[in-house]
Design a protein around this ligand. Structure first.
Ligand code: P5A
Length: 449
């Protein structure tokens, strides 16, 4: 993408309304624009990050056996009256009436709708297990939307819903999602810790929140430092096999959110030097709620012996639009964002220091073509601005590698490469630059680990 053809409205001034660094940087880097309280437009750079996050989530959900589909954002109230949540969800639910006076709502989650889909088609235990997911906008009329897209009213969620014959089978599905989540966050470069959590309005008796530690996080969390050493399950993990050893390993060290923590137990189980009492961002949550929805909505299947039973279910959420600020909270410095390659809006920014110089532009145009041919995701700063502004902008938007060409380098055949994370600069012959970048970027994509 040539910057002269792109839409990247970066801001020099500090936005006054933003209280935390990720919100400030998302506004300054031209990633989002607020349209009303808790409602945001995703500008091209922000949307590109969101799409990369979405791809990783889809790959890991599919690998774990979940099947993608799409449900509408608006839902009929009748379904929610069946489960009893139409009233209990309260003011967070946005209620809408259509021209025929029918009650609708903007979905805050989809347990009811998926249960309705399930009961319409599935009759026999032979069709289980089934795990369906979609990535769709949700609306919750949060009393205090804040921190930009961290807690917004409209937000993008991946939500999966599973159906199993009994608790034992449902726990296996829960484990598959647990392992898929470990891999998903790891691929984004994040350490997300599974913690025992409260189930709230979704219901059930087994739940884990995945928490990214951050001072600006909204939840207080308590865990054993040991959990940070646990290995991430490999790409070739057999999701049809027994995953309980992996889940046991990850759930043995103490880890609980403030709603679930037992301080006495925490202090007794975790030696003082290993105790982490910190704040964190909830980037996903798993629930097992058994027959909570299937029983009230008559989602039954026939067992081998001919008896009808209510299916056992769980739901599994990831907040995509929250992950973007969570990543920025984890990866930034005083000059701006420092994206991990796997979720970076672009992998390389090619900076032409003097767009008016014929040789310099010719060299850059050629490198731009070569970078694309090499399969790298590149933003080409071909604008006529000054070097200082270009460097500041490149640092602000946080693209992991900067390939810098000035008139002098173009003449002598030398390119400079800056690593955004370490700040290190290397000078090398221009003809080596593309291969050099390819060699460091490809493994960082984490799509083969
Ligand atoms: C699980 C999937 C559920 O709704 N039903 C379907 C279950 N879980 S949840 O924990 O309430 O939400 C899942 C994830 O969505 C993100 N999230 C939000 N992101 C931004 N703004 C919000 N207001 C918001 N509310 C929830 C979180 O990442 C959460 O883990």
């Amino acid at each position: 993408m040539r910057l002269t053809n792109y839409f990247l409205p970066t801001l020099k001034e500090e936005p006054k309304e933003a209280e935390i660094v990720s919100h400030r940087l998302m506004l300054r880097a031209g990633m989002i624009k607020q349209q009303a309280a808790g409602l945001y437009s995703w500008l091209p750079l922000g949307y590109k990050v969101l799409r990369k996050i979405q791809t990783i989530i889809e790959q890991e959900q599919n690998r774990a056996g979940a099947i993608q589909m799409l449900m509408p954002t608006l839902q009929p109230a009748e379904l929610w009256r069946e489960s009893g949540r139409y009233d209990s969800f309260g003011k967070e639910m946005l209620r809408i009436t259509d021209r025929h006076d029918r009650d609708l709502l903007f979905g805050p989650t989809n347990e009811e709708m998926i249960t309705d889909i399930f009961r319409s088609y599935v009759r026999s235990y032979k069709e289980l297990p089934l795990n369906l997911y979609h990535i769709q906008w949700k609306f919750r009329d949060e009393i205090r939307p804040r921190f930009g897209t961290m807690r917004s009213r409209e937000f993008l969620m991946k939500d999966a819903y599973s159906f199993d014959i009994d608790r034992e089978a449902a726990e296996k599905t829960y484990q598959r999602m647990f392992v898929a989540y470990l891999r998903t966050y790891f691929r984004m470069g994040l350490t997300a810790i599974p913690m025992r959590a409260e189930t709230g309005p979704i219901g059930g008796d087994l739940s884990h929140e995945f928490i990214v530690l951050a001072e600006t996080g909204e939840s207080a969390v308590f865990c054993d430092r040991d959990i940070l050493q646990k290995p991430i399950p490999a790409r070739d993990t057999d999701f049809n096999g027994d995953l309980s050893a992996i889940v046991d390993e990850w759930t043995t060290p103490y880890a609980a959110t403030e709603d679930m923590v037992d301080m006495e137990e925490f202090e007794q189980k975790v030696p003082e030097e290993r105790r982490i009492a910190a704040r964190g961002i909830e980037v996903g949550q798993l629930f097992y709620f058994g027959s909570k929805y299937s029983a009230s909505m008559n989602a039954n299947v026939t067992e081998a012996d001919g008896k009808d039973v209510a299916v056992h279910s769980g739901s599994y959420g990831i907040g995509l639009t929250r992950l973007v600020p969570a990543l920025i909270e984890a990866f930034h410095d005083e000059n701006g964002i420092v994206w991990p390659v796997s979720v970076a809006p672009f992998e390389v920014i090619l900076i032409n220091l003097k767009a008016g110089d014929e040789l310099c532009s010719k060299t850059c145009d050629s490198l731009y073509g070569q970078l694309q041919t090499a399969g790298l995701d590149v933003l080409y700063d071909d604008t006529s601005g000054g070097a200082g502004g270009k460097f500041a902008n490149a640092d602000l938007v946080g693209i992991p590698f900067q390939l810098i060409i000035g008139p002098r380098g173009a003449k002598s055949g030398e390119a400079e490469i800056k690593n955004r994370k370490t700040g290190e600069r290397e000078t090398m012959p221009i003809e080596n630059a593309v291969q050099y970048l390819k060699d460091i970027i490809e493994p960082e994509r984490r799509d083969t680990v």
